[in-house]
Design a protein around this ligand. Sequence first.
Ligand SMILES: NC(=O)c1ccc[n+]([C@@H]2O[C@H](COP(=O)([O-])OP(=O)(O)OC[C@H]3O[C@@H](n4cnc5c(N)ncnc54)[C@H](OP(=O)(O)O)[C@@H]3O)[C@@H](O)[C@H]2O)c1
Length: 430
Amino acid sequence: MTSNVKTVNVALCGAGIVGGGVCQIIKERQEVFKTLGIQFNIKTILVRNVSKKRDFELPAGAKLTDNVEDIFSDDSIDLIVEVMGGLGAAKTVVFGGLKAKKSVVTANKALISYHLNEIEELVNTFSKDGSRFAFEAAVGGGIPVIKSLQRDIIGADDVMQVSGILNGTTNYMLTKMDQTGCSYEAALKEAQDLGFAEADPTADVEGHDARSKISLLCRLTLGVWIKDEDISCTGISTLTADDFEYAKILRSKIKLLGICKKVNNGTGAEIYVSPVIVPISNTISSTNGATNIVEVRSKYLGTTYYVGAGAGRFPTATSIVGDMLEISLNKSPKPFPLKQNLTQHTDYPGRFYIRINIRDATGIIRTVGAICENEGVSIHSVLQIPITDKQNVPFVITTDETLASKVKVVVDSLEKQPWCLKRPVALPFL
Ligand SMILES: NC(=O)c1ccc[n+]([C@@H]2O[C@H](COP(=O)([O-])OP(=O)(O)OC[C@H]3O[C@@H](n4cnc5c(N)ncnc54)[C@H](OP(=O)(O)O)[C@@H]3O)[C@@H](O)[C@H]2O)c1
């Protein structure tokens, strides 16, 4: 039996949260892998600081190094696992690995979404030599959404829309704000204290992390790559406790979503990241805490949901080890099976929620109405929670179906009014 087991030599680049999980799962499940005909030998581990104490047991015999050349100069390495993060050394490892005709597994959504064309070119060039590229952990951590799409959905079905809660930190914060009525600042502090949010939370709270993930999902499902910088992206840092009070009146929740969809009879693609007003009747609204969810609407299957742990040592490491196994067993699907020529539509239609903070005075509603009318935006409703401070009254209008570009002009115009205290916040309805 043992003679039929293939040893796969692995270079593990990164030994932090995810890297530690990969080592532990491999240690615990090696006997199961052997029954599948594979055993992993973690030969080299690349880190920044070789003398740092690790919070997991290093694999026996593994060489710890801070020199990437130790990996490239070792011809016996079959598989490179990149779990370092960032766009610097991680790029050297992923690009260098593919060029050296080695298979590469990565969890690095920022790197893939930023360099997608180059990575695809390298993969196409070198896959004929047997090397493979897999990135299940890059979107939704432990949720098996990437391979399900690559293998089962794309091709047989025609994906029309993907919407997802793709960032656990912000979903944790939004859930807290919804359930306790706390401020954005208090929710962020709690997330940081619990280790959900980084000391510099920008990538999470400004939506950049979700943007990289929806860019990948868009490339995968709609077959078109839209660069991060071309994706409209609004984070959650301007939300206040008032928005959650208004969302309750609207029988809705507020969720930070990445959305991509086909528009214009399937000839165009629309993509954005924004906090969205989600009716409580929609499954996405009940996805709370650090949980992620991806909703896929496709022509033949209808609506499917992929829900689970979007981050964390073991959930993320399972996706990595799953990719390692599939590659080693020669069963990994084509990374980007679909390519389509869709034009990006930067504007998008929808109903919108606009929260305006005003100093109370007469005639404001009339002016707001006139500004909306000028832009052809029809007001659906005007909402106002009881006033507690006449110097700062948050009131809300909701619109009928209109265009995001028109709402932006309305917001620009409202912001200039003498009674408007800060830039109004506009959120689309799902
Ligand atoms: N954490 C999660 O739940 C999660 C979920 C999904 C995806 N991911 C992705 O997985 C990747 C890793 O995340 P993580 O949370 O495991 O990160 P982490 O805990 O910060 O670990 C990063 C590891 O990479 C090493 N490293 C960083 N820069 C390096 C460099 N220039 N040269 C050599 N080694 C370097 C570090 O070495 P030292 O230990 O010596 O500093 C550390 O071991 C990221 O791309 C992240 O976006 C993470």
